[in-house]
Design a binder for this molecule. Sequence first.
Ligand code: MCN
Length: 790
Amino acid sequence: MTDANQEKYFGKAMKRIEDPRFITGAGNYTDDIVLHGMVHAAMVRSPYAHAKIKGINKGSVQDMAGVIEVLTGEDIQKAGIGSIPVGWLLPELKTPAHPAIALDEANHVGDIVAVVIAETRAQAEDAAAALEVDYDALPGVSAAGEAVKEGAPQVHPDVPNNVAFHWEIGDEAATNEAFNRAAKVVKISAKNQRLVANAIEPRSSLAQFTPSSGEYLLYTTSQNPHIHRLILAAFVMNIPEHKLRVISPDVGGGFGSKIFQYQEEVIVLLASRLLGRPVKWTARRSESFVSDMQGRDHESEAEIAVGENGELLAYRVNTLANLGAYQTLFAPAVPTYLYGTLCNGVYKFGAVHVKVTGVMTNTVPVDAYRGAGRPEATYLIERIVDMAAHELNMDPAELRRKNFIQPDEFPYQTPVALVYDSGDYEPTLDQAMNMMKYGELRAEQQKMKGGKKILGVGLITFVEACGLAPSALVGQLGAQAGQWESSLVRVHPTGKVELFTGSHSHGQGHETAFPQIAADELQIPIGDIELVHGDTGRMPYGWGTYGSRSAPVGGSALKMALQKITAKAKKIAAHLLEASEEDVEHEGGVFRVKGAPEKSKTFFDVALMAHLAHNLPEGMEPGLEATAFYDPKNFVYPFGTHIAVVEIDTETGHVKLRNYGSVDDCGPLINPLIAEGQVHGGIAQGMGQALLEEAAYDEDGSLLAGTYMEYAMPRADDVPSYQLGHTYTPSPHNPLGVKGIGESGTIASTAAVANAVMDALWHECGIKHLDMPYTAEKVWKAIRDARGGQ
Ligand code: MCN
């Protein structure tokens, strides 16, 4: 049962336990689930960005094969279903109603105007395509900068001038004062373009209502089933929370887009109640483009004040954040608290001031997408610092080094609210520069200057805030949710162990990493431990997975629950060994009396006796089970340096990412293989934004990039083999010392690749800034124009 040579699992690069299931097609996803009597829903989506719905002719499809029901906004209203709420409030925030089915106005292409339920998916989709909807097209607006202009089309009457909020942070007067004494001011006007999340598994929901008990079961693609249950039950369906069980089985990626409560989930719940049959909906890929929450979409003006000797004195930012047509769960938090507070980056600014205006437009709603606010902040600060280096004729690495927050200054209070927990930035810079042979790259760049191919080196040092918590702080800032995490450890009489967590794995490898933590604490083989997650009917309450919180917050809750188990197990062992607790040691998976190694009890002996309860210490409760709730004192602040190397063909404008190196610090690694996998995926996602991806809209709000023919995702041949390095600076305030790593790659790589492209163009022909994505056409034209049209 126990292994005397118990190996150490924390820190071991073991392969993921869950992967054989995924790579052999044995995963169990929502769309795989078939319930008896199940019918299918198909959404009728607005082809207009903005339109009055004058009428819907339900009769136009009632006789079509298999059609059971057509639902409209009126049916939603009649059933007393609430608007989908916003989970984060800002002062004077305007939150227009967000009905599950639009009532009389569609506000973006893809907005749901009706639903057809039929016996098969094909029948539902055929009828949805045939349903007669009478629209009156209205003027629409897609860009935030246009939407705030006088006379712009109004998206919602209750959001005057399309402005949902004004928000600011930092000291404006101190920032102005620092700008007054600057030797140099560097300015940037930059767009951070909109992105589509593109999880590999499209969203899917299946609801079953049981009339006899009044209970609902919802299988859905969720990153946080308890949040889904809370919001859907209490605010939308108006039912007791315990009457809704949400199961999020295997989920094929989320990248933030599966945090939110979507209209389709409400629709299948209601339809199942009305029809008395299970109802399923699964998105087609083209539906994902117009209905999954999108990411980024900022228009920013920023300035940096630099002193005589290259000191970064102050930073000023003014950003328009496009929120799209409705505000969803985290929408107000992403461009404010997740963005503005990170604008300081890794530097010792005297003052920072950030203003953000949240703008509503006739586009798909924008919310969290991998990194959520932090990639936008990192992109802006790291672009402008590179521009400053170019203009000061300084090496970008040296300007950064000169201005880093120093290791002895942690915990570090930034001018924009955050207190960075721990950090040591310079070693990541040194390691990355050595690893990538930075000096040689600069020499090569000089050699290639003026040739057909030119070289660019993009370097960034970043810090990010993740491990979303603590509840008290985020509550003060407007969150309508707690940010702690729970864990339940259940030891069975046989010594086999189930771990229940409120965190949710949808590609992050928790089924391996969490048992690694447990195997070390319990000192039992990892094969005796299984992680259970994603089911509100089985787990204690938890807040799910986003903001790279599972390792630092969920993992810490697990550690605490495990410590309760080992403390009780030791008491039982001491009692069985007739020794005092202080004389018992737990080593190599066995409880032994110090100095009398022949007297021992295994974890199995203890687990069995905890349940048989024949011989327990006086007054001890039977069983071996413990729950812990962990609410950290602060966020955690991973950091690192990334270096991208690009080669640009000046005759075609084609940008090739030639090399990429990263040195990340997220404290100790639970599983280096998983952590590196997270960095790999993250880098690809971030370079995708820099070079390829853009959810482009026309000016009225039609999505121009609505399929993979127009929306370019990175493919294997777009990315080089990465060189990865690490430093290890623990977080001082969680029991594992770990910081998150799930978003770092994306947060860093967009800025690194962008800086590499602009570094090449600056050195070649003095181009200061171009907006992403750096398509061949854009780069070629810029080079041609800079060379005077040659
Ligand atoms: N880990 C580790 N050592 C550390 C930190 C983390 O070994 N010091 C491991 C963890 O045990 C976990 C993984 O790395 O297995 C990621 O942990 P963490 O950084 O805590 O992030 P989360 O598990 O909370 O995942 C969320 C994060 C986010 S916010 C997005 S978006 C994202 C991401 O993870 N979406 C993903 N990575 C993704 N990966 C996949 N495959 N699919 C997604 O949708």
